[in-house]
Write a protein that binds this ligand. Structure first.
Ligand code: GLV
Ligand code: MN
Ligand code: MN
Length: 415
């Protein structure tokens, strides 16, 4: 049975982790920052060094391609992302990209001729520094002008980022691929949660990915002197923000089982010791695997914000800045992953993903699947995110095995 070269994979993983590496052992590679661009350049160099074709599309997605023998053959995408959250871990996204590259090299070294092209792809801005799933949405044709008008990271940041790397907003959609040109999508990723470790299972087969919505919320009151303004006449925007954070938690815990909600950022203005805050800017995100529950929770959160604004004499503005739908992953791809793991003697468990992934975009246009490997302590989006190396190699071998099955002539998607 064909297997990846674990030493070559490790060398790549370590080299990548050093790009934007932090003292705490993680990486800091927000989209289009210096470290992110260096990681992307490194990826293309590694592809070229392996004799693979390297290219960048109109949405900045970076790819290494092992062409099929026959011209016009469909492409099986293997991917993930090289951007990170602020002060993130080394494994989130990076593992999937280096494993995809290694899978291509392994097939190439074995001189296997597949009826599909294999493409290792690093999608632009998966994490949402700017938009979230920017590159994968562009590939699937889901990147709409509305999304680009009010992106999660702010319109100015998006325009500055695109300008920095020479991408044109009006051309991003040119990255779209015809669904018929794709044979499927596979992604290896760390679980980022505790389930596999707790159950002692080696490989997770992802059943579906949660939906997620992001909102920017602004409470406006009146800035005032912190020493002379009596408590009962204040219109304190910070108080609205604090009450909202507490209220969000209470609401979700009480009435929305299976959902999660987070206020990930609060900025108060003017922001001094001796001034009652006149403005509070909040970043709200909530997730659920169930679209109807997301609708209900959205309505309840909006009502909560309005109710608290009234109670504290504030105005509130609520702006949607991101919407990612709950997604099921393809049963046939899941079965192929199961067989690939079984052939390697690895234990498996089907589980949903609470994190967002590019597979969420790809699943709308091509049969898609995800392979999870255990995360120590379920920790992720932190520098101490960790997956045992043996698990990383197992995941890469399952990725390779599933790709070989899906990319073989028996592949149901080729008919
Ligand atoms: C991406 O990792 C997300 O789930 O936010
Ligand atoms: Mn990720
Ligand atoms: Mn992430």
């Amino acid at each position: 049975m064909l297997r990846v070269d674990p030493d070559r994979l490790r060398a790549d993983f370590d080299a990548l982790a050093a790009i934007g590496g932090t003292a705490a052992g993680g990486v800091n590679r927000p989209t289009f920052g210096d470290a992110h661009l260096a990681a992307r350049a490194w990826f293309l160099e590694r592809a070229a060094a392996a004799g693979l074709e390297a290219h960048v599309d109109a949405a900045g997605n970076h790819s290494a391609v092992l062409p099929a023998a026959a011209a016009g053959a469909p492409t099986l995408l293997l991917g993930s992302h090289l951007d990170s959250v602020l002060d993130g871990g080394r494994f989130d996204g990076g593992l999937g990209v280096v494993a995809a590259l290694e899978a291509l090299r392994t097939v190439q070294d074995a001189r296997l001729e597949l009826p599909v092209a294999l493409e290792a792809i690093d999608f632009t801005d998966e994490e949402g520094t700017l938009v979230g799933l920017l590159g994968s949405w562009a590939v699937t044709g889901a990147l709409s002008p509305e999304v680009l008008r009010a992106p999660r990271g702010g319109r100015d940041a998006l325009l500055a980022g695109l300008a920095r790397v020479g991408l044109a907003e009006e051309r991003l959609a040119d990255a779209r691929r015809e669904p018929g040109s794709l044979a499927g999508y596979l992604e290896l990723h760390i679980e980022q949660g505790p389930v596999l470790e707790r159950k002692g299972v080696e490989i997770g087969i992802v059943t579906g990915i949660v939906g997620s919505r992001s909102f920017r919320i602004r409470f406006a009151g009146a800035a005032a002197h912190a020493g002379t303004t009596p408590m009962d006449v204040r219109r304190d925007a910070g108080l609205g923000a604090a009450a909202f954070v507490v209220g969000v938690r209470e609401l979700v815990v009480r009435a929305y089982p299976g959902a999660v909600a987070t206020v990930g950022n609060i900025r108060l203005e003017p922001g001094g010791f001796n001034v009652v805050p006149g403005l509070a800017h909040l970043a709200l995100e909530f997730r659920s695997p169930d679209a109807a529950q997301l609708d209900a929770l959205e309505a309840a959160l909006v009502a909560l914000a309005h109710g608290l604004a009234d109670a504290h004499g504030l105005e509130v503005e609520i702006e949607p800045v991101g919407r990612w739908e709950p997604t099921s992953l393809d049963p046939a791809v899941r079965a192929a992953i199961e067989r690939a793991a079984g052939a390697l003697g690895l234990s498996t468990l089907e589980l949903p993903s609470g994190a967002g992934h590019d597979a969420q975009a790809l699943a709308a246009v091509t049969p898609s699947g995800m392979i999870f490997v255990p995360s120590r302590g379920g920790v992720s989006h932190r520098p101490d995110e960790y997956t045992a190396w043996e698990d990383c190699v197992n995941g890469a071998n399952v990725l390779l095995g599933a790709a070989l099955e899906l990319g073989s002539s028996e592949c149901p998607f080729q008919q």
